[in-house]
Ligand binder design. Structure first.
Ligand SMILES: [Zn+2]
Length: 46
C-alpha cells in the first residue's frame, strides 16, 4: 500500500512494497499497483 510522509514541508507518497517515494499520489498508486509482485519475487531474494 501507499503511505504518506511529510518531508521538507511537502507530502510524499511512499510505496510500502519497495520504499520508493513519489511526490504525486497518483504516481505512487500507479507504481504500487505494478509493484505488488508477491507472486513473482525475484529468485535471488529467496
Ligand atoms: Zn514499490
Amino acid at each position: 500500500m501507499v503511505s504518506t510522509t511529510e518531508k521538507d514541508g511537502a507530502t510524499w507518497y511512499r510505496c510500502d512494497e519497495c520504499g520508493l517515494m513519489f511526490d504525486a499520489e497518483s504516481d505512487a498508486q500507479t507504481h504500487e499497483t505494478n509493484c505488488d509482485s508477491d507472486d513473482d519475487s525475484p529468485s535471488y531474494l529467496q
